[in-house]
Design a protein around this ligand. Sequence first.
Ligand code: IPM
Ligand code: MG
Length: 360
Amino acid sequence: MGTYNIGVIPGDGIGPEVIREAVRVLEIVAAQQGFKLNLVDYPYSGEHYLKTKELVPASVIDEWKTQDAILLGAIGHPDVEPGLVERSVILGLRFGLDLYINLRPVKLYAEHLCPIKGKTPADVDMVVVRENTEGLYAQIGGILKRDTPDEVALVNGVYTWKGCERAIRYAFEIAKQRAEMRGKDGRTPCVTLVDKSNAVRPLDIWSRAMAHVAQDFPGIDTDHAYIDAACMWMIKNPEWFDVVVTPNLFGDILTDVGAMIQGGMGIAASGNIHPGQTSMFEPIHGSAPKHAGKNTASPMGAIMAVAMLLDYLGETSGANRIEEAVRQLLASGEIPSLDTRSGISTSQAGDMVIARLEEA
Ligand code: IPM
Ligand code: MG
């Protein structure tokens, strides 16, 4: 029987509450599927920083590299300088472990959760592959003459051929896998590149890398949209999208749109992945300080992050069972919404997922 070593970073705000439920779900699935867990908790968060002034030490990044996966709640504290702890923990993981893919499924589980009139689960089922270690997030730049009238802020976007190519290749592989799952009567797979190469010409490296990789995948259609139009199309015609690949910042923005059309921040999950190496899984939502400690936040994003984590570890059946339990609870209306006014508490939602898993 295998044992998985999993680092758990509950983080700030609603993070610890949603991670508590996600870990309970993980433990039930482990018992049912017959694998063992060695969960190691890490305190890094804004809260921890305020108490200790400690950010993530380099030795801990090394330790994370030896684990099978990391589960993260949310990072962000209103009393800490914006971005300080986020850069240390979230970007520390993404850059430190070279998690070059940010995989964000946008899947609607129940029609009533979709804010777009007339769209059903058949219309909203795509994945966004966000490049995760380059672009403006590389933070090559700085500030000159700070706090003077002559202040200058410079930041360079970084787009390497290697970075574009590996993200695009991953997107094609995912499109192929999704088509295999749909079977031979399913729609033709398609990878849509989203960029802004009309206004920012060097971004055309993405189109050239796309054309290069596409040659290796003759059965897969390709499409292209500029980021502004993609935000519009995703709301107007979400059924057009199968797999989207896009640079870091555009992916950050587009996946918040994606989260809304799949039912909201209360369900959206993501994987920060380096194929074959330690990868990190997290809900897309933030720490939501105003909802912290109230047991009202939806744990479904964190629970779906666990499903993604298990899928990544090859525990496909456990992953599918979690997804099906969540889908049933949402489709049946037992969990009527994914916001803090659903009438279902964080811990109750966890109980309901566990009850479903135990029945199945
Ligand atoms: C996300 C978040 C992060 C990002 C922040 C917290 C640094 O918005 O995961 O989408 O910008 O990537
Ligand atoms: Mg974001």
